[in-house]
Structure formats: structure tokens, C-alpha cells
Design a protein. Structure first.
Length: 102
């Protein structure tokens, strides 16, 4: 049996999904789905838009600077950890290739 490509496998999965889901979608009667437009019109007439927008949150510059410095510190720590892990991977691959050659 020949191997199918990933695109062929994806097409098969989509076709199988359509075969399985299509009868369920067709079984639902059209009358069971309510019309949304009258509800939207009623909601628009009932609720009034406030004339004055409430004020937003007050931002303290000291807290903002503190949060930014903490975020920068976290990014530096994550970067150092990523570099260390990358170094371990490179050293491990080098050791495995030397071991494989001998």
C-alpha cells in the first residue's frame, strides 16, 4: 500500500469530517433557529447610550516603571535560560556525533 502525503491525509480527514457532520447539520430544522434581527432591534431601542463616558483608570507612573522593570528582568532571565539550554543541546549533539564517528 503506497504512503499518502500529508496533504492527502488532511484531505481524507476533512472529507471524513464532512461525511460525519453533514447529516447532523441537515437534521436541525430551520424553524428551530430563531431570527436574530428583531432581538437586535429591540435591544437597540431599550438601552440608551450614556452621554458622558466614565473616566478610565488612573495610572501611577511609579507603578508603571516598577512593572516595566520587573518585566524586563523576567525577559532577561528567560533569555539567559534559553541560551543555556541551547548550549546544552549543541554540546550534547557534538558529543553524540563524536561518539558516533569513533
Amino acid at each position: 500500500m503506497p504512503k499518502r502525503s500529508r496533504l492527502g491525509q488532511l484531505a481524507g480527514l476533512i472529507a471524513a469530517g464532512l461525511v460525519v457532520c453533514a447529516p447532523v447539520a441537515q437534521a436541525a430544522p430551520a424553524a428551530a433557529i430563531p431570527a436574530a434581527s428583531p432581538v437586535i432591534m429591540q435591544a437597540a431601542t431599550v438601552h440608551e447610550v450614556p452621554s458622558q463616558v466614565p473616566p478610565g483608570p488612573v495610572l501611577d507612573p511609579a507603578e508603571t516603571d516598577k512593572a516595566n522593570s520587573q518585566e524586563t528582568k523576567n525577559k532577561i532571565i528567560a533569555g539567559v535560560i534559553a541560551v543555556v539550554l541551547l548550549g546544552l543541546v549543541v554540546l550534547g549533539r557534538r558529543a553524540r556525533s563524536k561518539k558516533k564517528k569513533s
